[in-house]
Design a protein around this ligand. Structure first.
Ligand code: AHG
Ligand code: MN
Ligand code: MN
Length: 332
């Protein structure tokens, strides 16, 4: 079979659409290669010393797992020297990492959730890596600051994730639809296995952590109650619940066979607008979902239009099939 590699795909997209200049191609290939390495570590599990707690906390006060740190360090090491970036930011670092003076810089900014679904690491359930690429605002690359990362999601140049599941896949958008690649573990090659993903419009599946139901706001309660009422309720059909607790795996399922994913704000911590982080979780996933014909809101407006105020700010997330996201958003 005449397969198309990630490299060939990026070259061809650039040839036809002009969307992947060499510096971006190099950056995306480096990220993909690092995800292949992380996949290797994940796959070795207990055979390597990669499971369990790291014994430290991140800036959000969450306990870090060894793999959170391993994945974070792998992404930093691989992307520091290439010359495409001015800085990187991550869930696992309080502040951005600026490219040191002895390496060349470029005008891209890379953000990542190095290991998404940390609670699933030790129980051998799918986890992933999420990333987002922005362009530096126009000023000296050597003078990059944290503020440069605070751009709305619409301005993402590229976004994607790797999912470490039964097979390892990379799902990527450079603003020209969504393509999926599968890792050939033996050779470390990413092969194009789905050229144009699109969120199916019809669905009977929804994802939400129902253990928080008592804390939900009225619009979310109303929407989920209507789903739960099934065939005899207002929706006239039965729905299934799916909740992996790895956003990557839940979003991947939605890109493949449809559905809606929700992590609403709730009354547990009234000061916090939801659990998921805008810049390296919600924005890249919303970019992919919109590029695949779906919709992503915070219950009020498009996530991609939110002007960020902080590197680690949180946001409520409703994403997936357009009609479902429109409905739950209208209830707000
Ligand atoms: P992370 O492991 O990067 O902190 O992200 C975990 C996130 C997300 O992947 C998932 O959808 C959600 O947390 C699960 O939250 P609950 O444990 O509250 O269900
Ligand atoms: Mn995450
Ligand atoms: Mn994480």
């Amino acid at each position: 079979m005449n397969r198309i590699s990630l490299t060939r795909h990026l070259v061809e997209v650039h040839r036809s659409k002009g969307l992947v200049p060499t510096a971006l191609q190099q950056l995306l290939e480096t990220v993909a290669q690092t995800c292949a390495q992380i996949s290797q570590a994940v796959g070795r599990g207990a055979l390597s010393d990669v499971l369990g707690e790291a014994g430290s906390d991140n800036v959000q006060g969450e306990h870090q797992k060894k793999l959170d740190i391993i994945a974070n360090d792998a992404l930093l090491d691989a992307n520091v020297w290439g010359g495409s970036l001015a800085a990187m930011a991550s869930e696992e670092m309080d502040h951005p990492f600026f490219i040191p003076n002895h390496y060349p810089t470029g005008d891209y900014l890379l953000l990542f959730d190095p290991l998404d679904g940390s609670s699933n690491i030790d129980v051998n359930v799918s986890i992933g890596t999420i990333f987002s690429v922005l362009r530096m605002p126009e000023h000296d690359q050597r003078a990059a600051t944290e503020k440069d990362f605070l751009q709305c999601g619409r301005r993402q140049i590229a976004a994607g994730y790797a999912v470490y599941g039964p097979s390892t896949m990379l799902v990527l958008s450079v603003g020209d639809g969504v393509a999926a690649f599968t890792l050939e573990r033996e050779t470390g090659t990413w092969w194009l296995t789905e050229a144009q993903m699109s969120v199916p419009s019809e669905t009977r599946e929804y994802a939400i952590n129902a253990s928080n139901a008592r804390h939900w706001e009225a619009p979310v309660k109303r929407y989920v109650d209507e789903l739960l009422a099934g065939a005899s309720g207002p929706r006239g059909k039965d729905f299934n619940t799916r909740w992996v607790a790895s956003m990557v795996a839940d979003v991947h399922r939605i890109l493949v066979r449809g559905g809606v994913f929700m992590y609403p704000r709730d009354a547990r911590e009234p000061g916090k607008p939801g659990k998921l982080r805008l810049l390296y979780e919600a924005n890249p996933m919303s970019f992919l979902i919109e590029q695949a014909g779906g919709m992503a809101t915070d219950g009020h407006g498009a996530i991609l239009d939110i002007e960020p105020t902080g590197l680690h700010q949180r946001v409520a997330v409703f994403l997936g099939a357009r009609t479902e996201v429109e409905l739950v958003t209208s209830y707000h």
